[in-house]
Design a protein around this ligand. Structure first.
Ligand SMILES: Cc1ncc(COP(=O)(O)O)c(C=O)c1O
Length: 482
């Protein structure tokens, strides 16, 4: 690993938990800058944020965003010097950790070489990024359409599927998030879709597998998989298979639960798609690039989708980037007929340069293998031990650095700790749990009645154990409601 290797991290802690300023490239906004004239004090940052920044997904008057001063490895730090171990990887995207020196250096180098050229030109950074991704991609997928993030990737994936099949319906799961542009939000099953309805026409919803809260009253994974596939086939029959362009699914459902599909499910979807001429789209925006301990989560299941969408972990969001990896059959549709889609910043050289560097660093440092091992040997066992001790933990599930604790009021009835989409007083147990984590220096990822454990793929064993020990204390808050 890079500067944040386990040895050096424990060295830092042995030295008395030195501040992040010790790290090689963790100068951050409080360091004096010559060209980049930024405010140096927290008060100015806070004041101008409150006065001028319009934040996403928020009631503007009710929020108080924490100014982050600097970050390094698995930690970020506020202006008072309080360090947080990041068990959320920001929005589950900082897979390589903060301020990886080689990645920072590569971005600086690419910025010096060439910051931008429009997408119609060929360019070394973009062709190398596409080549590397095609080389890693499942099966025979070998072309890449680049976007600026995950939502745009999904928009373009369904556009390709519709043009390729000359059909218009897209099947999407209730328990899903696919992004916040018009089409991606219409595909999204969770409540973030509601305020933007009616969405684009042609989206049809189905239930994916989730054995712990089975929509099919299944008793185990095998039954859940079989019944979920039967249900999917029924939906297609009643919609008319000849009208269905695509089925989109998150290979491992992310924000909506860390739902690892039971054996046979993805293979079953693949064979339904093959039989009925439907395009299979795997949304790996969150699950890909190391998160599941694989380059692509589908690799774990031996399934080759027709389109794979990615973003986040491809370059850990150091520069915005996403894309669609395309099968030869779908790419071929656009050999003689233009693909009607594009973005000014598609295939951006700075973003592509950062993806090239990030992929090479992942390979050199064995980050995918590390994520798989730390999940299997440290995080999984550590979280299961928590489940044994805490009555509020109903289920532990996950793989790689992609885990969820499903919290309940009662392990027998599985009543969720807070209701679906709870807010305000109804969400108090989860809000208090998150506060207890933050107070102890752990930044958690919570969603509805779940606490997700989604640290950087580079997290050391010691850091993972440190975070789990904090969860062990903080869960007392949730236990009090159980
Ligand atoms: C599975 C999945 N798809 C798509 C998106 C949207 O990506 P972006 O926010 O980069 O548009 C996300 C974001 O969290 C996601 O988790």
């Amino acid at each position: 690993m890079h500067e944040h290797s386990p040895e050096q991290t424990s060295q830092r802690r042995a030295d008395g938990g030195a501040s992040l300023e010790d790290a090689t490239v963790a100068e951050g906004p409080v360091a004096p800058t010559s060209v980049l004239r930024l405010p140096e004090d927290e008060a100015t940052v806070r004041r101008d944020d409150r006065a001028h920044v319009f934040h996403s997904w928020s009631a503007q008057a009710l929020i108080d965003p924490l100014p982050i001063a600097r970050a390094s490895g698995s930690y970020f730090e506020d202006y008072e010097g309080k360090r947080y171990l990041d068990f959320s990887s920001q929005l589950v995207n900082v897979n390589i950790g903060y301020q990886h020196p080689k990645l920072v250096e590569a971005i600086v180098e690419q910025a010096r070489r060439l910051c931008t050229v429009q997408p119609a030109f060929a360019n070394d950074a973009r062709s190398e990024a596409a080549r590397l991704i095609a080389e890693l991609a499942p099966g025979d997928l070998d072309r890449v359409f680049f976007t600026n993030g995950g939502a745009e990737a999904n928009e373009n994936a369904i556009r390709m599927a519709r043009l390729h099949t000359a059909r218009f319906k897209v099947l999407a799961a209730y328990r899903s998030y696919h992004g916040a542009t018009a089409g991606a939000l219409a595909l999204t099953g969770d409540p973030r879709r509601w305020p933007s309805e009616p969405g684009i026409p042609g989206v049809v919803r189905y239930w994916g597998p989730y054995t712990y809260r089975s929509a099919f009253h299944a008793a185990d994974d095998a039954e859940e998989s079989a019944r979920a596939l039967e249900h999917l086939r029924d939906v297609i029959t009643f919609e008319g298979a000849h009208t269905v362009a695509a089925i989109i699914l998150e290979t491992v459902v992310g924000t909506n639960g860390i739902l690892v599909p039971p054996d046979g499910y993805l293979e079953g979807v693949r064979s339904i798609c093959d039989e009925l001429g439907i395009v299979m789209i795997a949304d790996e925006v969150m699950a890909g690039f190391g998160r599941c301990g694989e380059w692509f989560a589908v690799d774990r299941f031996g399934v080759v989708p027709d389109l794979v969408t990615f973003a986040k972990g491809v370059n850990s969001g150091y520069v915005p980037l996403g894309g669609v990896i395309i099968s030869p059959a779908i790419a071929g549709t656009f050999d003689e007929v233009p693909f009607q889609g594009g973005l000014t910043y598609s295939v951006h050289p700075l973003a592509c340069g950062s993806a090239v560097a990030s992929i090479n660093i992942f390979k050199e440092e064995g980050i995918v293998e590390h994520a798989r091992r730390v999940g299997a040997e440290v995080i999984g066992p550590g979280l299961r031990a928590l489940a044994d001790r805490h009555p509020s933990v109903g289920e532990v599930r996950g793989l790689g650095v992609f885990w969820a604790l499903e919290l309940v009021r009662d392990q027998a009835t599985r009543e969720p700790l807070v209701p679906y989409n709870a807010s305000g007083a109804d969400a108090a147990p989860m809000t208090e749990l998150a506060a207890a984590c933050k107070q102890r220096g752990l930044w958690p990822f919570t969603h509805f009645n779940r606490l997700h454990v989604v640290p950087p793929c580079t997290i050391s064993d010691e850091e993972a154990n440190e975070g789990i020990a904090i969860l062990d204390e903080a869960l007392a808050v949730a236990d009090a409601y159980s």
